[in-house]
Write a protein that binds this ligand. Structure first.
Ligand code: FES
Length: 202
């Protein structure tokens, strides 16, 4: 088993993720300030080391952004109501059970997370690498009255739900990427490492 598989992401999946990384970072940085991750050093992060983030003060409905391997990673604390909306989207989606999409095997295929309320996702569109915007409001005037909240990529119009699952009929071919991650017992999030490699809760 190679290193990528140990992290819960296959090599094919990792290559796909890397290829779309470069152009999306600036857009997210402009939209949402980056949160300073706690560890490790900038050089170690650039080389791919896991990053650890305190999420204890992240409020329901809010999104924060950290950098991992030069890519923006979104951390969204979903509300129970958001979760219910996600469960209604199935028929409108291209890959509702994430069978063709990049995510570790230990996350739920529908909510795409370990814990239902906490979404951890690479904030890059799977079409050509732009960074989608966060559009959590139902009926957002720019998205239309039937919009149930999610993410919108303005580059070519791809739409994703609040689990990063792509809607049918848009250019993006797959759901957005879920990286390896786990949550520690003191409400810290470790991004870039599989929970099976630790003694912490998943
Ligand atoms: S890069 Fe997002 S729709 Fe094309």
């Amino acid at each position: 088993m190679d290193e990528d598989q140990e992290n819960g992401v296959t090599r094919r999946q990792l290559l796909t993720a890397t290829s779309v990384a470069a152009s999306g970072l600036g857009a997210v940085a402009a939209a949402v300030p980056f949160v300073v991750s706690m560890q490790p050093s900038e050089r170690a992060k650039a080389m791919g080391a896991p990053v650890e983030v305190d999420i204890s003060r992240l409020d329901p409905g809010h999104l924060m952004v950290v950098e991992w391997r030069g890519k923006p990673v979104w951390i969204l604390k979903r509300t129970e109501e958001m979760i219910e909306r996600i469960k209604q989207n199935g028929e409108q989606l291209r890959d509702p059970d994430s069978e063709e999409s990049i995510q570790p095997g230990y996350v739920d295929p529908v909510l795409r997370s370990i814990e239902p309320t906490l979404l951890v996702m690479v904030g890059i569109c799977t079409h050509l690498g732009c960074s989608p915007t966060f559009r959590p409001e139902q009926g957002d005037p720019e998205m239309g009255h039937s919009w149930d909240g999610g993410f919108f990529c303005p580059c070519h119009g791809s739409k994703f739900d609040l689990a990063g699952r792509v809607f049918a009929g848009v250019p993006a071919p797959t759901n957005m990427t879920i990286p390896p991650y786990y949550l520690t017992q003191n409400q810290h999030l470790v991004i870039g490492e599989d929970p099976n490699n630790t003694g912490d809760i998943a």
